[in-house]
Design a protein around this ligand. Sequence first.
Ligand SMILES: *Cc1c(COP(=O)(O)O)cnc(C)c1O
Length: 227
Amino acid sequence: MSVSPLHLVQQRIADAATAAGTAAPRLLAVAKTRDADAVAALAEAMGARTPRAVGENYVQEAAGKIPALEALEIEWHLIGHLQSNKAAQAAMLFDWVQTVDRAKLVPLLAAARPPHLPPLQLLLQVNIDDESSKHGCRPDAVPALADLVAAQPRLALRGLMAIPAPQADDAARRPAFAAMRALFEALRSRHPGVDTLSMGMSDDLEAAIAEGATMVRVGTALFGPRG
Ligand SMILES: *Cc1c(COP(=O)(O)O)cnc(C)c1O
């Protein structure tokens, strides 16, 4: 009997959560480069138990898929770098934006969030260990950026996101995730509505869950290698 990739990923998540003694984190299916049919098939397999969460990296790519899949009631997350000139479009298309990393984006997202939609759910992307990467704010910039978001009624501050530099094994992966967990706890003591720590991907979700991830973002392990 064959086991689907979705079941394997759900089992890895459940096993890691059991090992860590925590509740299983949410699964965000990362759909970059996958066509609408592939996303629809996966969303259907995910079932309707929890809101089905799907992540996209590019606003332009998502603009084609999101309207085409409207009937599936997917919760859409932007997980790619957000350019300022795409902020207004992102605020109209997505339910969540996980990559807020600079103050300039905050008023742009707030102003463009349509009044008939719920507040846009936001995570701050933190550059936790990769100083060469352009994306993500410095850890010490989190409190001020969080306060800016929290002051906007059209935006809801939900937590933090990170993409740590790749490492060879779980022992080497854990320090960056642990540092994120510490930042997350500090943020939560200032902003009680914060509940989401988005970290861990196909190769490192176990280490992320061991350090307290509440959402893992998985592409390759669900859809196969990207072409
Ligand atoms: C592509 C991507 C993922 C998923 O990575 P996989 O290794 O394919 O699971 C997660 N998060 C972000 C921000 C990504 O760009």
